[in-house]
Design a protein around this ligand. Structure first.
Ligand SMILES: Nc1ncnc2c1ncn2[C@@H]1O[C@H](COP(=O)(O)OP(=O)(O)O)[C@@H](O)[C@H]1O
Ligand SMILES: [Mg+2]
Length: 518
């Protein structure tokens, strides 16, 4: 049988980086093929060559036995290859249908036939269970819908092969389930799916076969049903990874963070983003906040760090009321922060890893010496953190904007943990991060906790919340809706509270006596 896709001996170099190293990659017609590997393994670059974005330095690409050469993305589209990239390429001011048909508009009497466009888009969407409104403006729809628009766009252009680059990184568990239903429907239709992901549970659930890249090389091709998460992880990392839950916390100490009846509002009269929320985090304790994105978690974190003003309530750190203090003052007082938006808020993309890692450390020795920044100390500091966190980067002098998402995340987490602040607020600390790095970030977070750090963990990954937290709070519509000790939290129960179900009496906020909460 001829393979749908056969990439042979693909090598792609960038200055100082061998992204893909003599890779063979084969995909059969009608399968769901998972392409796995740690951050920087070369997955996106390999698929970008199949999609005509880059041209290989060496190697050949065959589609159903026929050799192809794509000098542009259009060439790949014409050959039936559609790719949904990690960052979507849509025009916000146009409607969904206008985006889908862009450059392939149906016409009538020489004019764009909007009605036909809307109908065609609706037809494709309905056929595969992609619910969306063709007439909605792209600027007004959430990220999960944008992804569906990209899929419909590829199908509108008749993609036989659909490549999705880490599509679930931006989705809730429910949206992920929906996406997988769509992928199954596409497969049933005879289409071929290549799914880039590093989430083992997803690969086990949906893929027929798996290819694993490591350091730009193809290190394994497996039949999913004959493999296991442990085996795949070993191929990805080149070592045995401990997938078990981390050790539990010791008894918590003094109260580090005290958030008392905080309300956050965009403007007076608006529905509050955060509604009268109270919580405490103690030394040596991890408090997890679960919730569907958009229920006030980010606003609450921003109110604690001072990026948002509070309409009422107070934020106290180790007994000092910081409610009126600036972000810089709060950071100096001992709040470290790993923001969800690691590109915009968390890092300066054009600055080097050396500079990014020195941020916030530049006001003290050894980096500040006699009033001057010591480049030597900065470099040493950067090298130490790059090594400890296993950041894959060409050199410490490389701008961090070129790093893959997971590697950039490691830079931000490394810097924030290295402050040794009494409180760390971590938003989605392992989003987009590969399994080996998840293990190391989790281990570092547990070490921080065991060293007496107070960790407020905000995560969309319920498994992460459940494995790390001593106590779990659920946010719903801006309120702390429920509070559960780790032992009573199940994914099903958290899911119910996240969807707004009234909690059982023992899970109402404040029901846990302060202090013996574990
Ligand atoms: N445009 C680029 N210029 C230079 N290096 C790049 C570029 N794009 C990716 N790289 C590097 O190539 C390697 C592979 O990247 P990529 O394919 O994006 O990895 P991933 O497996 O995480 O998708 C990484 O080391 C990355 O930093
Ligand atoms: Mg990638």
């Amino acid at each position: 049988m001829t393979a749908e896709i056969s990439m042979r001996g693909i090598t792609k170099r960038f200055p100082g980086v061998l992204a893909d190293d003599n890779v063979d990659f084969e995909v059969e017609t009608g399968e769901i093929h998972a392409l796995m590997g740690e951050n920087g393994a070369g997955k996106s670059i390999l698929m970008s060559q199949l999609a005509g974005v880059y041209q290989p330095d060496e190697g050949e690409i065959y589609i159903r036995g026929e050799k192809v050469h794509f000098s542009s993305p259009q060439g790949a589209i014409d050959a039936g290859i559609g790719m949904v990239f990690q960052s979507f390429k849509l025009f916000p001011s146009l409607t969904i249908a206008e985006n889908v048909v862009f450059r392939n508009e149906p016409t009538k009497y020489g004019l764009i036939d909007r009605k036909a466009a809307n109908e065609r888009v609706r037809e494709i969407a309905d056929r595969y269970g992609l619910s969306l409104d063709p007439t909605a403006r792209v600027s007004s729809v959430p990220v999960g819908v944008l992804q569906r628009v990209e899929i419909v766009k590829a199908l509108y252009r008749d993609a036989r092969v659909l490549i999705l680059d880490e599509p679930t990184a931006v989705l809730t568990p429910q949206e992920t389930e929906n996406l997988f239903d769509v992928l199954r429907a596409l497969k049933a239709d005879g289409r071929t799916i290549i799914l880039i992901t590093h989430k083992l549970n997803e690969v086990m659930a949906i893929s027929d076969r798996v290819t694993v890249l490591r350091d730009g090389r193809n290190v394994a091709q497996l039949v999913t049903a004959d493999s296991s998460p442990a085996e795949i992880t070993r191929h990805m990392t080149g070592r045995d990874v401990d997938l078990s839950t981390p050790p539990p916390a010791l008894a918590p100490g003094e109260i580090i963070l005290d958030v008392d009846r905080v309300t956050v509002q965009d403007s007076p009269g608006d529905r509050p983003n955060v509604d009268n929320a109270s919580l405490q985090v103690r030394a040596g304790e991890v408090v997890g906040i679960a919730g569907v994105a958009g229920n006030g978690q980010v606003e609450l974190a921003e109110a604690i760090i001072g990026m948002r003003s509070t309409a009422s309530g107070s934020v106290t750190l180790k007994g000092n009321n910081l409610s009126k203090n600036s972000i810089a003052q709060r950071r100096d007082a001992g709040i470290a922060y790993v923001p969800e938006d690691r590109h915009g808020v968390g890092s300066a993309g054009t600055a080097t890893a050396v500079d990014n890692l020195a941020l916030g450390h530049h006001r003290a020795a050894p980096i500040l010496q006699r009033g001057l920044l010591s480049r030597g100390a900065m470099l040493e500091h950067a090298q130490r953190l790059i090594k400890r966190f296993g950041v894959k980067i060409a050199s410490p002098a490389t701008p961090v904007g070129t790093l893959s998402g997971g590697n950039l995340q490691k830079v931000v987490v490394a810097r924030e943990l290295d402050y040794g602040s009494p409180l760390l607020i971590a938003e989605q600390p392992t989003r987009g991060v590969d399994v080996g790095a998840i293990e190391s970030i989790h281990r570092e977070l547990c070490e921080y906790r065991d060293g007496g750090g107070a960790l407020l963990l905000i995560s969309a990954e319920l498994s992460e919340i459940m494995s790390l937290s001593s106590r779990i709070l659920v946010m719903f519509e801006g309120r702390i809706a429920a509070e559960l000790p780790k032992e009573e939290a199940t994914e099903a129960l958290l899911g119910l509270y996240m969807a707004g179900h009234k909690p059982e009496p023992q899970h109402r906020p404040g029901a846990l006596a302060n202090g013996d909460a574990r």
